[in-house]
Design a protein around this ligand. Structure first.
Ligand SMILES: [Fe+2]
Ligand SMILES: [Fe+2]
Length: 143
């Protein structure tokens, strides 16, 4: 079960990174309000996923996963570091990471299990698919 514990911690961190990154993107693109709102929606979804993993960890192992603020900042820095890239290149890169998350979730669900961990990742899967699809939505092809 050590693996699941590590996986929950890793997932929590990635969700916090995503939250920080999408929040920063929403701020960067505030003049394009449709896109900015989309980033804000994604940020809220990642924050909700983070809460699910944090809660799952607390229930299974007691205590809180640390480092939430650190990983939010890492996400903000990731968005800042890409700020000179054209939107298309930026979204292609992000879409590839989200698509990888979708594959990882689908692989983990493929064992047919129904643990609390399975239930959380099953719940977040549609959101991650929507995140992975944004590039295609805007540029008409998949990332
Ligand atoms: Fe997420
Ligand atoms: Fe995502």
């Amino acid at each position: 079960m050590e693996n699941v514990k590590k996986e929950i911690t890793r997932s929590f961190r990635m969700e916090m990174l995503g939250t920080g990154m999408y929040r920063a993107l929403a701020a960067q693109y505030r003049k394009r309000s449709d896109l900015s709102l989309r980033f804000l929606e994604f940020a809220e979804q990642e924050a909700m996923h983070g809460r699910l993993f944090r809660e799952l960890y607390r229930k299974n192992y007691g205590g809180a996963i640390g480092g939430g603020k650190f990983w939010l900042a890492v996400g903000r820095i990731a968005a800042l570091s890409m700020r000179l890239l054209p939107l298309r290149a930026k979204l292609k890169r992000i879409g590839a990471v989200e698509a990888m998350a979708v594959r990882q979730i689908e692989d983990a669900l493929a064992d047919g299990g129904d643990s609390a961990f399975h239930r959380v990742i099953r719940k977040i899967l549609p959101d991650e698919k929507a995140h992975a699809a944004l590039y295609g939505e805007l540029f008409g092809t998949s990332a």
